[in-house]
Design a binder for this molecule. Structure first.
Ligand code: NAP
Length: 321
């Protein structure tokens, strides 16, 4: 099969196109012929050798695909050859063919193009898990960081579906526009030096939940915005800075700081992930979920796509077709 290969740790320009052996489809797995791939911020960490668990070189990066099932192993539930699907895979996504555990595969309505569906599984899977972990309830106030990004836009749509009030933190006017189109009630600037005050001006009594895919100063500022019983949900560190936490702040205000790992939950609690997909597919059909594709590039332009993410230049997901 044709694929993008990572042969040495480094940046997007180190990746090379070439042929790799076809993946083998085992029991509980499906083979997907890939039509489009979602480009993820985490790919940058994986190819740089900065992810928690490093794959063995050489490997095919890529964690999000859309296409059709071309083979199934035993025990794949209602997944069958010919089905239109999107899937999360640990690695291997930037290729013609990929094998995915059946628990990580969602049905996609025929009406949704693969180039949009490729922006669905990681963003909405992670967002759903994050909001479940937060126990976000109707009427609560949530601040969403990186809200014009892929995970951020998914969090906005799913938080609005739960009838929460959403304050979206965005870095520029293009991302603000996208966040508002997703249903955000208010926006604040991630570039502001007074983020805590900006949020307090909108929610003077504090907020119930913060969704943090950014870390750094965003974490420090928004932790102080949480009210009694508030929950800080840690998703990632797009700022490149891992915050330190003074636990006394959390204790005296009766708050929680909770980590969310979509990837680890896929391996530790696969049935929980499998149970999420039918509900999310239904939300696509109802028009509640509209994956935001900020840029669509040809498959050959993966290095450029990753560079756009690194430079914070895209609102929503970058997709390769
Ligand atoms: N824990 C999990 O299970 C899980 C799952 C998926 C993704 N993630 C993580 O979630 C984060 C967001 O992923 P994504 O796919 O939504 O990425 P994305 O589309 O690139 O969005 C990231 C957002 O972070 C903000 N940001 C702030 N400082 C930044 C900086 N120095 N460099 C780049 N971006 C910066 C940007 O917003 P502004 O420019 O508007 O401020 C950007 O829109 C990543 O850290 C990723 O690893 C975690």
């Amino acid at each position: 099969m044709h694929a993008w290969k990572c042969e040495t740790w480094g940046g997007p320009r180190h990746l090379k196109q070439g042929s790799m052996p076809d993946p083998v489809c085992g029991d509980g797995e499906v083979e997907i012929t890939v039509k489009a791939c979602g480009v993820n911020y985490s790919d940058l960490l994986v190819i740089a050798g900065r992810s928690q668990v490093k794959p063995t070189l050489p490997f095919v990066p890529g964690m999000e695909v859309a296409g059709r099932i071309t083979r199934t192993g035993a025990d794949c539930g209602d997944l069958k050859t010919g089905d239109k699907v999107a899937a999360y895979v640990k690695y291997g996504g930037y290729a013609d063919k990929v094998v995915a555990p059946a628990t990580q595969v969602a049905h996609i309505p025929e009406s949704m193009p693969a180039s949009i569906a490729a922006a669905f599984p990681v963003s909405y899977g992670s967002a759903q898990l994050a909001l479940e972990r937060a126990g976000l309830a109707s009427g609560e106030v949530v601040v969403i960081g990186g809200a014009g990004g892929a995970v951020g836009t998914a969090c906005i749509e799913l938080a609005k579906h739960r009838a929460a009030t959403v304050i979206a933190c965005v870095g520029d006017s293009a991302k603000e526009k996208v966040a508002l189109a997703c249903g955000a009630d208010e926006t604040v600037s991630s570039r502001s030096r007074h983020l805590q005050d900006d949020i307090a001006a909108i929610a003077p009594d504090g907020v119930d939940v913060v969704i943090d895919p950014v870390g750094g100063r965003f974490f420090d500022d928004t932790l102080r915005c949480l009210r009694y019983n508030g929950r800080m949900i840690e998703l990632g560190f797009a700022s490149g800075k891992i915050p330190n936490l003074r636990l006394n702040q959390v204790l005296i205000r009766h708050q929680g700081v909770l980590g969310v790992s979509f990837g680890l939950t896929c391996s530790k609690d696969p049935q929980r992930i499998a149970r999420m997909w039918p509900g999310l597919t239904e939300l696509i059909e109802q028009g509640v979920i509209n994956p935001r594709v900020g840029r669509s590039l040809p498959f050959s332009e993966l290095p450029r796509a990753l560079q756009l993410l690194q430079d914070r230049k895209v609102a929503g997901r970058v997709v390769l077709t």
